[in-house]
Write a protein that binds this ligand. Structure first.
Ligand code: HOZ
Length: 411
């Protein structure tokens, strides 16, 4: 396997050392093959919001497994999950299930172009929308981690339609619209960036994008693969009260099984085959196991206390980490929204990817290694957000902050 892994960020290239090889997960914890236990803040990169291997999800999966692993045909489970997603996410009037966030973003891009008849799109530096060719321009996540912003193998002709702007910079977006009048199909973004570290939108940024896209007849697309059902049940669009035209989802709606989805306004989604002419398909799409895990996960989340609990413990963690960094003499900034957080080793503030790159990544690597030695598993990259779950307790957070105190004192 290239780099010994199935996905690049896992290889520990930017933090040093060897990746940990894991054996099992439960609740807030993860165990390696040598039996060492860690408090986990990766949460399989977001899906494990109820805690790993939640007994309700596992029991439902056992029952679903007895009925078979794939139908390749419609199932009631798809309808149940579709209704739950449509009820929860403000812009969703119709939804199509796929198998990953990458697939969802590839499809939504085709749909943006099909609906508007325009080819150009705007994305933001450091935002990551999966590994499809047209998004590998100044992308975040693994490409940021490994310093490969523009991958070889991607034809220039494909990315020539991808325009980029710094996150939180409305003036740059305005300029792109002015320079490319009537040519831009839409704007796609992570409404809260998680793939360049954790970067929230500045006040007025999402509103400004909504106005600009309306003004120019372009679509606004929120990539909520990370933020969907994570920062609020209805995602960033519920949290910030801005309704995009289309949305991509993944991670949580599969409860830890491979899934993705895209959806939004009925008039746009009606273009998707076979309702309309825009082609997109998938053998395992709407798979009964992924649908089952997603349904049970959303049922567990749909509770008045979920997001206040996540906010409470994550705030304690995020604020605590920055305080400890300052007390121990390190430049640092960070933040959180609900169960998503980040810490940068730079004074900040961090408004965009250029700011994030000022972080001391060598120091982050040493911090990461030290935390591992104290039984804390953080994402092995400065450019990834962290995630908490309903299974994390106050005592887990306190243990984590104690570890951070020890590690930062000796960085
Ligand atoms: N998209 C995930 C990181 N933002 C994938 C990372 C992985 O699985 O290695």
């Amino acid at each position: 396997m290239p780099g010994g892994v199935s996905s690049p960020v896992r290889a520990f290239k930017s933090v040093g050392g060897q990746p940990i090889v894991f054996d099992r997960v439960q609740g807030a914890y993860i165990w390696d093959v040598d039996g060492n236990q860690y408090i986990d803040y990766v949460g399989t990169w977001g899906p494990a919001i109820c805690g790993h291997a939640h007994p309700v999800v596992i029991a439902a999966l056992h029952a679903a497994l007895e009925k078979g692993t794939s139908f390749g045909a419609p199932s009631v489970l798809e309808n149940i999950l579709a209704e739950m997603v449509i009820d929860a996410v403000p812009c969703m009037e119709m939804v199509r299930f796929v198998n990953s966030g990458t697939e969802a973003c590839m499809a939504v891009l085709r749909l943006m172009r099909a609906f508007t008849g325009r080819d150009k799109i705007i994305k933001f530096e450091g935002c990551y929308h999966g590994h499809a060719d047209m998004f590998l321009v100044k992308a975040g996540s693994g490409v940021a981690t490994l310093g490969l912003p523009d991958s070889p193998g991607v034809p220039k002709s494909v990315t020539s339609h991808t325009l980029t702007a710094p996150f939180n910079d409305l003036e740059a977006v305005k300029a792109l619209f002015a320079e490319n009048r009537d040519e831009i199909a839409g704007v796609i973004l992570e409404p809260v960036v998680g793939n360049a570290g954790f970067i929230p939108p500045d006040a007025g940024f999402l509103e400004g994008l909504r106005e600009l896209t309306h003004e120019h007849g372009a679509l606004l697309v929120f990539d909520e693969v990370m933020t969907g059902f994570r920062i609020a049940y209805g995602g960033a669009q519920e949290k910030f009260g801005i309704t995009p035209d289309l949305t991509t989802l993944g991670k949580i709606i599969g409860g830890g099984l491979p899934v993705g989805a895209y959806g939004g306004r009925r008039d746009i989604m009606s273009m998707v085959a076979p309702a309309g002419p825009m082609y997109q398909a998938g053998t395992l799409s709407g798979n009964p196991l992924a649908m089952t895990a997603g349904i049970k996960t959303l049922e567990l989340l749909h509770n008045a206390d979920t997001y206040s609990y996540l906010d409470k413990i994550t705030k304690k963690l995020a604020v605590g980490l920055v305080e400890i960094a300052h007390q121990t003499g390190h430049a640092a900034c960070g933040g959180h929204i609900s169960g998503m957080f980040g810490l940068f080793f730079t004074d900040g503030p961090v408004h965009n990817y250029e700011d994030a790159k000022k972080s001391d990544t060598a120091k982050f690597g040493r911090f990461h290694r030290g935390m591992l030695e104290h039984g804390i598993y953080l994402a092995p990259s400065q450019f990834e957000a962290g995630f908490t779950s309903l299974a994390h307790t106050d005592s887990d957070i306190e243990q984590t902050l104690q570890a951070a105190q020890d590690v930062m004192s000796s960085l």
